[in-house]
Design a protein around this ligand. Structure first.
Ligand code: NDP
Ligand code: 8X3
Length: 255
């Protein structure tokens, strides 16, 4: 079964791995991110390697007009979206609220919460029209638990948790599935962004244990979207075996 899959934040990490996973199956892909060059080179690779049909759609999920314009520009064939993966997101900085950076807060809330809403606001009506679809929101263990200095990032992912539940209630009458995947520590560009380019600090996050990989998350998304029409996974929390909760990490194990 070939589908049309729209993935935000496909220029690295989970989004890129998911694009590859769906392209392998011959699904059609709309891939989004701000770094246009990376988007185009991923599209080229998927076309060459898997003969995939890929549409790069660069925009910033925070820019409401850009989101609406880009999605309105899709022609009939591309508007028939089966799966939306709201993956674009980031953590920026780690500090107590009393020392927090206003710009960091805005970037996280505007991207992780309002960005996800902006994209969903434009794509859900297309799915409602078609009376089918599947929305997957990438939340986080940070949307289930709170850890020191994670405050605003945790708040943004708790909002994703709530929005996912709200969407499921509001879209059930149209037969649209809504799922959240909430991962623990995964090695992507996530920590480089959180530590504002400090690669040494970013690498330390993954020292002494085996973190999740982007491919692990892609495989889970694939599984969730390969189930029969009457089966929906509402919520998946997936952690490295060595991580029991955000702050409890069993280091220097063999796993
Ligand atoms: P990466 O930094 O590798 O990927 C993030 C992606 O989001 C990039 O493709 C980036 O593209 C895109 N993005 C960021 N801001 C915007 C924006 N304003 N508009 C459009 N795209 C944007 O990190 P991950 O793959 O790890 O992160 C993916 C999701 O997973 C995020 O929502 C993150 O919060 C979540 N997550 C990550 C975990 C981890 O430990 N890695 C664990 C739990 C959840 P570009 O910069 O080109 O715009
Ligand atoms: C990313 C995982 O634990 O750094 O969402 O918040 S964590």
């Amino acid at each position: 079964m070939k589908r049309c899959v729209f993935i935000t934040g496909a220029t690295s990490g989970f989004g890129e791995a998911m694009a590859i996973r769906y392209a392998e199956n011959g699904d059609r892909l709309i891939i989004n991110g701000r770094r246009e060059e990376r988007l185009r080179s991923l599209a080229g690779l998927l076309e060459k390697q898997y003969n995939a049909n890929v549409l790069p759609l660069p925009f910033d999920v925070r820019d409401r007009d850009a989101v609406t314009t880009a999605i309105n520009s899709l022609d009939e064939a591309w508007r028939n979206i089966d799966i939306l993966i709201n993956n674009a997101g980031l953590a920026v900085g780690l500090s107590k609220i009393q020392n927090g950076d206003y710009d960091d807060w805005d970037r996280m809330l505007d991207t992780n919460v309002k960005g996800l809403l902006n994209v969903t606001r434009n794509i859900a009506p297309l799915m409602i029209e078609n009376k089918k679809g599947h929305i997957i929101n990438i939340g986080s263990i940070a949307g289930k638990e709170v850890y020191p200095m994670g405050n605003v990032y945790c708040a943004s992912k708790h909002a994703v948790d709530a929005i996912t539940k709200a969407l499921r209630i509001e879209l059930v009458e149209y037969g649209i599935k809504v799922t959240q995947i909430a991962p623990g520590a995964a090695e992507t560009e996530f920590s480089i962004v959180r530590y504002k380019g400090d690669k040494e600090a970013a690498n330390k996050v993954y020292d002494g244990y085996t973190p999740l990989s982007a491919n692990d998350i892609a495989e889970i998304a694939w599984f969730i979207t390969s189930l029969p029409p009457h089966v929906n996974i509402n919520d998946i929390v997936v952690m490295p075996t060595a991580q029991a909760s955000p702050m409890v990490m069993q280091k220097d194990t063999v796993t």
